[in-house]
Ligand binder design. Structure first.
Ligand code: FAD
Length: 455
């Protein structure tokens, strides 16, 4: 065998697998194959000046490379079982929290020290939310910020680079079970290993599906979350964000009984494009450094859609909606809440005349031509509900960017150690497994499998 362990994907799941393997058994021969660039070479060409929108690079530097989708993220590590994945269903709530706390300790030791850990425990906002038919979820959240998150990744890479063989710009094409292990096939050659950890994230979702079909690994259809990113003056949510940083609030719509939730709140942050398999959607992040902060806060409002029979392709449904916005807007569409309510599109003039400066250059348009009525109605209802706890949310000038889609991978069949039930020694972890959807859960899954391998 060329290696004891090969890890596919250098996102948080892959990085924490490598970290823990090296820590627990330094004599192991470990390789990491990553289709994207090394950290210092990752750069999205959008500069807001010469290049204003996504040009569809061969590998998206926002989604791929050392650090995975998390590298330029806001670096919010939520320590909770209430959202971010269902790891606890495999290993129990206590163990899942312990692993997330362990990941937090590593992040603190590698450059995150001094960043703030926020908590919803005992806050007055829970009561305020319930009084207004909103539900604040429990969590502790470590906000590293995009800048410190990058430093932590840099430090972890420096620590690992001489102990692990990293292959960047090296997409894995296939994985084959061989006698006593696995063959990991690249375009022009292949490597063998005894154990293989697959951690390909959301950008590797299509690849993961292909591998599961080829290897006969059962999968379950998952959900897709569809909605918009809301951007408003930071003052509107400052009473919540100053104390909690991020508030995950859930609302059940009166009209359809659907659940709408806030997601990925970025105080004084920026709205950004995200490219998943060529489809441009919207996301957000913010910096810890006050010099890089903006005057706006952004967060997503998402509605979850599950499908059962006969249609199972939740991601395909989300993609089609995102494609519609890309078709009409050439990318992401932005609309003032006031324009949406009045049934008219936003125009350059209306956006320029607003009392808020957008942080992302998007095409002014009409989101009602893109989002299904049921989803849009739910979002509008939630904006009015949020207006009661954060007055100003339903202002005419509140900006809605669309669409934001959270794709979830098919859930892959694995055992309680995240090892394929069919293939001994093949681990499938992180967002690519459909089990995690966040930095903390994906990282925790990496630690979990490394410990199992060492054992
Ligand atoms: C802009 C943005 C902001 C976010 N903000 C937050 C946040 O604040 N908090 C939070 O909890 N989550 C956030 N997320 C989500 C978070 O980044 C992911 O949940 C997390 O990165 C998942 O980790 P992972 O290791 O499973 O996968 P990923 O981070 O997606 O890493 C997978 C890696 O595998 C590589 N890969 C894929 N296929 C192959 C292949 N065939 N061969 C080789 N390599 C391959 C990819 O290039 C990628 O680098 C954000 C995501 C984005 C895009």
């Amino acid at each position: 065998m060329n290696y004891d362990v090969i890890i596919i994907g250098a996102g948080p799941g892959g990085i924490f697998s490598a970290f823990e393997l090296v820590k627990e058994k330094p004599e192991l021969k470990v390789a990491v194959f990553e289709s994207g660039h090394a950290l210092e070479k990752r750069r999205c060409p959008i500069d807001g000046d010469k290049i204003k929108s996504c040009i569809g690079c061969k590998t998206c530097s926002i989604m791929s490379g050392f650090g995975g989708a998390g590298a330029f993220s806001d670096g919010k590590y939520n320590i909770t079982n209430d959202f971010g994945g269902t790891l606890y269903e495999y290993i129990g709530k206590q163990k899942a929290l312990e692993l997330m706390r362990y990941v937090d300790e590593i992040n603190m030791a590698y450059g995150g020290g001094g960043t703030k850990l926020y908590s919803t425990a005992g806050t007055k906002f829970k009561k305020l939310c319930i009084q207004n038919d909103l539900h604040l979820l429990d969590a502790s959240v470590r906000h590293l910020g995009t800048d410190i998150n990058y430093i932590v990744l840099e430090n972890i890479y420096t620590h690992l680079k001489d102990k692990v063989d990293f292959f960047f710009n090296t997409p894995v094409e296939n994985v084959k079970a061989i006698d006593g292990g696995y063959e990991v096939c690249l375009a022009d050659k292949s490597y063998t290993c005894e154990k293989c950890v697959v951690s390909v994230g959301r950008s590797g979702s299509k690849w993961m599906e292909k591998v599961c079909v080829e290897m006969g690994i059962p999968t379950k259809s998952n959900r897709v979350d569809i909605g918009v990113r809301v951007e408003l003056p930071a003052e509107v949510f400052s009473h919540l964000t100053d104390e909690l940083y991020e508030s995950k609030i859930v609302y059940r719509t009166k009209e359809y009984g659907d659940l709408v939730r806030t997601f990925c709140m970025n105080p004084k942050g920026a709205v950004v494009n995200e490219n998943t398999n060529g489809i441009i959607t919207v996301n957000g992040h913010s910096y810890e450094d006050p010099a890089k902060q903006t005057e706006n806060t952004n967060f997503a409002l998402l509605v979850a859609k599950h499908f059962s029979e006969p249609f199972k392709d939740s991601n395909g449904y989300g993609e089609s909606i995102a494609r519609l916005s890309n078709m009409l807007g050439g990318g992401v569409i932005v609309q003032r809440f006031g324009d949406l309510i009045r049934g008219r599109r936003s125009t350059e003039d209306r956006i320029e005349g607003a009392f808020i400066t957008p942080t992302l250059r998007a095409t002014p348009g009409d989101l009602s031509l893109v989002l299904p009525k049921r989803i849009l109605d739910g979002i509008v209802e939630m904006i009015y509900a949020l207006d009661k706890v954060a007055p100003g949310t339903a202002n005419d000038d509140t900006l809605l960017y669309g669409v934001e889609v959270k794709f979830y991978n098919m859930e892959v069949e694995v055992n309680e150690n995240l090892m394929s039930k069919k293939y001994e020694g093949l681990y499938i972890i992180g967002d690519g497994s459909g089990i995690t959807h966040s930095l903390s859960h994906a990282s925790a899954s990496g630690v979990l499998v490394a410990r199992d391998i060492v054992k």
